[in-house]
Design a protein around this ligand. Structure first.
Ligand code: 5RP
Length: 217
């Protein structure tokens, strides 16, 4: 089974968590792209979606799903999203697609976060994947210096502007043993919008696709 087949399999498994007549939160990335494709036959079952990226919004609309502004929705039953890394504690690194801030906002509103990944994303310790940090453009150099003080090796993601008009610093060489503390410490730097650690609000359910099928924990 190749990685794409695993993404499709786990995306399909997430359909079990979609209740009728609900508005669902939808993240971004290629695994979520598979989830949106899998949703196509169920378009009439749900009321609509709140989307965490312009890219997912376009895909949702293309299959006829109404996309709501989060400000018009008071509750979300589930939020389905992928991850760049996930641990057994359901802490994640996200933001490989630069959509981390909106993803964190939609995840915060949702009752249940269903994380969908293939088994290449499972790690014991977060940090092999460079940690994305969304930064207000004028603060880029200052934030980079502060990230070095925290032990990281930040790299400016050239040519990328987020959906919110900001830039991304990818922090290399962090072995993240206390994800909640690091999430808070980075968010406390002036000029940081948010970082890609999802530890304070981790996933509630992780579905992992492997050769032997879907594992839920
Ligand atoms: C985007 C994300 C994605 O969920 C993450 O990058 C995983 O993407 P993919 O499913 O393409 O591997 O956090 O900001």
């Amino acid at each position: 089974m190749d990685q794409n087949a695993k993404k499709q399999a786990v995306a399909k498994a997430a359909l079990d968590y979609v209740k009728d007549d609900c508005i669902i939160g939808v993240g971004s990335g290629s695994t979520v792209g598979c989830f949106i494709e899998a949703l196509a036959p169920y378009v009439d079952r749900i009321k609509g979606a709140v989307s965490a990226s312009e890219s997912s919004t376009a895909k949702l609309k293309a299959i006829g799903i109404e996309v709501f502004d989060l400000n018009d929705v008071s509750e979300l039953d589930i939020y389905v999203d992928g991850a760049d890394e996930v641990t057994e504690h359901k802490h994640m690194i996200k933001g490989g697609g630069a959509a981390l801030t909106r993803e964190k906002i939609v995840a915060a509103v949702a009752e249940t976060f269903v994380c969908i990944v293939d088994d290449s994303k499972r790690v014991d310790v977060l940090g092999r994947f460079p940690l994305p940090v969304e930064v207000i453009p004028m603060a880029r150099s200052y934030v980079a210096r502060k990230l070095v003080e925290l032990g990281g090796d930040p790299e400016y993601r050239q040519g990328v502007i987020t959906d919110n008009g900001n830039v991304i610093l990818d922090v290399h060489n962090m072995r993240i043993l206390d994800p909640k503390k690091l999430e808070s410490d980075i968010n406390a730097i002036a000029g940081v919008v948010t970082n890609g650690l999802f530890a304070h609000r981790g996933a509630d359910i992780v579905l992992t696709a492997s050769e032997s099928g879907i594992v839920k924990y």
